[in-house]
Design a protein around this ligand. Sequence first.
Ligand SMILES: O=C(O)CCC(=O)C(=O)O
Length: 292
Amino acid sequence: MAKAGQKNIPVAGKINTRKIKETVLNLVSLLWQDLINFLHFRGKRCKGITASLAGELRNAGIISVSNFLDREQCDVLRMKIEGFAGMHPYTQQLPGGTFVNHRNQNNPQGPDHGMVDVFDIDLSIPEIAFIDDSSVRRILEASTGQEVRPYRRSAYVNKGVLNTRGFHIDNAQPVIYKAFIYLNDVTDESSGPYSLVSGSQRFSPAVYFNLTRNLFLSCYTSTDMPVYNKKKVITALGKAGTLVLSNQNAIHRGLPQQEGKTRVALVFSYLVVSKLSYLHGTIRKTLERKKA
Ligand SMILES: O=C(O)CCC(=O)C(=O)O
């Protein structure tokens, strides 16, 4: 269980029009997604291990599978990714399509300062494009009963990131699932494992409560989720090669690391699309570009 809590002290602030719009959009999008989930609540029929993982993912919003990659593969990929991050010490768009994002690079007090998020890493390290994720897609299809569209392959490099963003939701429309593949052992909390509030991906009073409350508190962005059931926090520990698959509409965060600790992870994102999903324009363009 995660002990980490939010550091922010709630302060009532002025309500601005931008935040009102954002909150309304977030509430509508979540209600819409909850309706879609309700219509697909049974998922897709399948058997065996896929069926049990799909059921667990539907109920908890998270599953973990060990040995998705073997240790040797993890070591090779981790060294390449760390080398790549080291060669690009600033936020930059690379000509080949990879985007290197040093989160909050100029704000040492900001959340995730020190974390390197490399979007579309497969365009720079080609073997990442060849990792077979068909089993992940089968689980997602079985769990959601909807179409699964692979969206992006990224990498996160965290080295002693002490101040990670607190619990939040991503709240995208359509819903995004992420597969985090640890490339080194993340077997205790000090390494900064992924963490999620079990069950908060489905019609969750805490999510609606936080969204509404944040409107009146200037220290929180709309999707921050400081109020949640601490008893339901799942901390995804695992050895190198462990895959953690998570619904990003659930309340989640990466836990703060301790000085000197490293976590390198591949992060594969998937859009789960039903006929009712509103496919955001930028997402549609990215998918079209990738198909071409
Ligand atoms: O770094 C992590 O484990 C979590 C990152 C996160 O919140 C996200 O990818 O949406």
